[in-house]
Write a protein that binds this ligand. Structure first.
Ligand code: ATP
Ligand code: NCN
Length: 262
């Protein structure tokens, strides 16, 4: 009989999901299997949190459509859900804030928790035995931690040090080396779970949008009901791809521009 404690985990994936692809869904399955195989974790839920409209990324279509596609894609899943909180915010939010908010809501739902006593996630999580939230991402997001002025160092420390990260390899990335070479990440390396995807799959939303613009098939790259929705709503054209393309700013300004300028 194993005598160690099994921690319940909720996986949270943040991103554009423009549109959601089969690989976004695979990420969750890969991460869950990996954590279960350690014998230390039981993944109880997966959450997809699409960014809001204030995220000035080229070709980003309205959050309402991206949310609906994510909902359609997860309709048959018994554990992956979609959270609209981030996408409904008028301003772009740092991922650490999204993680904090989601974690707080998980804590508040735990049995026996009195709302008025919850002052901070950190304090509360020490008092309850509820699930632990971990951020789920691809290796490109992990590697973006090193882009100057993009992520706040204290946010990285909070996400990796306090919550935990599950990172799926992507071809061309080497998360093990990246963690090894970063003193900040190495400090928390026990909280970073790298999942090696052996069936390399370079589906990306960018490739899907390009195929759609050219009238090519995206069947088996994107769930069927999402393809139907894209067709019905006439999403992803040359015009939608031009959205935000005039914004040539330093990375961090890209995210803060909507709130800081006219
Ligand atoms: N093929 C993939 N392998 C591993 N992780 C992936 C893959 N595709 C997307 N992800 C991860 O999914 C999350 C959401 O990413 P995002 O919506 O930006 O997708 P994307 O396909 O990389 O988009 P785009 O091509 O528009 O940049 C990120 O953590 C990203 O690293
Ligand atoms: O919190 C930050 O500082 C931060 C900096 C850059 C990107 N992010 C988040 O990372 C996610 C992936 O971004 P992208 O541009 O690869 O689609 C998206 O959810 C962003 O909000 C977050």
């Amino acid at each position: 009989m194993p005598n160690h404690k099994v921690t319940e985990v909720v996986l949270l994936a943040c991103g554009s999901f423009n549109p959601i692809t089969n690989m976004h869904l695979r990420m969750f399955e890969l991460a869950r299997d990996h954590l279960h195989d350690t014998g230390q974790y039981n993944v109880v839920k997966g959450i997809i949190s699409p960014v809001g409209d204030a995220y000035k990324k080229k070709g980003l279509i309205e959050a309402s459509h991206r949310l609906e596609m994510a909902r359609l894609a997860t309709a048959n899943s018994d554990w992956i859900t979609v959270d609209d909180w981030e996408s409904l915010q008028p301003e772009w939010l740092e991922t650490a804030k999204v993680v904090r908010d989601a974690s707080m809501r998980i804590i508040l739902r735990a049995p026996g928790i009195k709302r008025e006593k919850v002052t901070s996630v950190r304090v509360k999580s020490k008092m309850i035995n509820g699930p632990q939230l971990m951020l789920l991402c691809g290796a490109d997001v992990l590697e973006s931690f090193a882009v100057p002025n993009l992520w706040k160092q204290e946010d990285i420390a909070e996400i990796v040090g306090f919550y935990g990260l599950v990172c799926i390899t992507r071809s061309g990335s080497d998360p093990y080396k990246f963690i090894q070479q970063s003193d900040d990440l190495w400090t928390h390396h026990k909280n970073i779970h790298v999942v090696h995807e052996w069936i390399t799959n370079e589906i990306s939303a960018t490739h899907v949008r390009r195929a759609l613009r050219r009238g090519h098939s995206v069947r088996y790259l994107v769930p069927e009901n999402v393809i139907d929705y894209i067709r019905e709503q006439r999403l992803y054209s040359a015009e939608s791809e031009r959205k935000n393309s005039d914004i040539v700013l330093a990375p961090l300004q890209r995210y803060t521009r909507a709130s800081s300028s006219s």
